[in-house]
Design a protein around this ligand. Structure first.
Ligand code: MF3
Ligand code: CO
Ligand code: CO
Length: 264
């Protein structure tokens, strides 16, 4: 069966601009708080307060039983890390903070990598850069007439050119009035395959890229996904809408804090 894919109106796009902007501003807001010795429980609470102070709701909280407002995934954690007061960030750690807000019924979903202190390893720095570039390569492939396979192929090509591997177990997703809907956006694949992109589609692209092998496992908490080889993983995510000739990214940082190091 072909999944139903919503083609959104200009007024839906306006709502998504507002939701996407709030997700991006939350990621900007948290940036100076990501410091040596902080814990991910505090970072989560700060994000939740910021989101609620802007009349929005953190979408992950109670979503399919997820217990916190954000996902914070450190080092070999691939995604869906559960914030925790006991999880202290140390110099040289790399962390992904993934924020999804619901504003006036619309979802804005974005994540970025953060470096803890300024002594991140060359390998971690390189993985972060390749992952952000892979997301940008995927975004470049978004235009009406292209396919979801074109997006995946562009991401996979860039990641593998850099000697890294694309995680297969999680994908980008349609988004809007609901958190996760059709279509699935795979971060690997073949050009020309998959579903044709059309004006008005809204979805995320959120590649998880591993330094070592692509394989992941989910810990007994039912959420935390880690690399099987315990090597590093990185991820960036944007929410965007397909428009004539390309796309509009709803979750760009107003401060230009797209990838680290952030000039705080
Ligand atoms: N924000 C994540 C995504 O990009 C989803 C998190 S679901 C949660 O799709 F339940 F773990 F929060
Ligand atoms: Co997402
Ligand atoms: Co997300």
């Amino acid at each position: 069966m072909r999944p139903h894919i919503t083609l959104h109106t200009a007024s839906d796009f306006q709502s998504m601009r507002c939701a996407g902007s709030l997700a991006a501003r939350t990621l900007d807001f948290i940036t100076p708080h990501v410091t040596i010795g902080c814990n991910t429980g505090d970072l989560d609470r700060l994000c939740e307060e910021y989101i609620r102070a802007h009349d929005a709701i953190p979408a992950p909280l109670h979503y399919r039983g997820f217990p916190k407002a954000t996902c914070i995934s450190v080092n070999h954690v691939v995604c869906h890390g559960i914030p925790n007061d006991a999880k202290i960030l140390h110099e040289g750690d790399i962390a992904n903070i993934d924020v999804t807000v619901i504003l006036d019924g619309w979802h804005g979903d974005s994540s970025r990598m953060y470096w803890v202190g300024d002594k991140v390893s060359v390998a971690a720095e390189r993985l972060t850069r390749i992952t952000h570039e892979s997301l940008l390569a995927g975004i470049e492939a978004v235009r009406p007439g292209n396919t979801t396979g074109d997006i995946g192929a562009a991401i996979q090509r860039h990641a593998e050119k850099g000697g890294a591997q694309v995680v297969r177990d999680f994908c980008g997703h349609g988004i809007g009035r609901s958190f996760h809907e059709a279509p699935n956006i795979l971060h690997y694949g073949k050009a020309g395959e998959g579903l044709e992109l059309r004006c008005g589609m809204i979805f995320t692209i959120e590649p998880m890229i591993n330094q070592g092998k692509a394989q992941v496992k989910v810990l007994p908490d039912g959420w935390t996904a880690v690399t099987r080889d315990r090597k590093l993983s990185a991820q960036f995510e944007h929410t965007l809408g397909v428009v004539d000739g390309g796309c509009e990214v709803f979750t760009l940082s107003p401060r230009g804090w797209h990838n680290p190091p952030y000039a705080v």
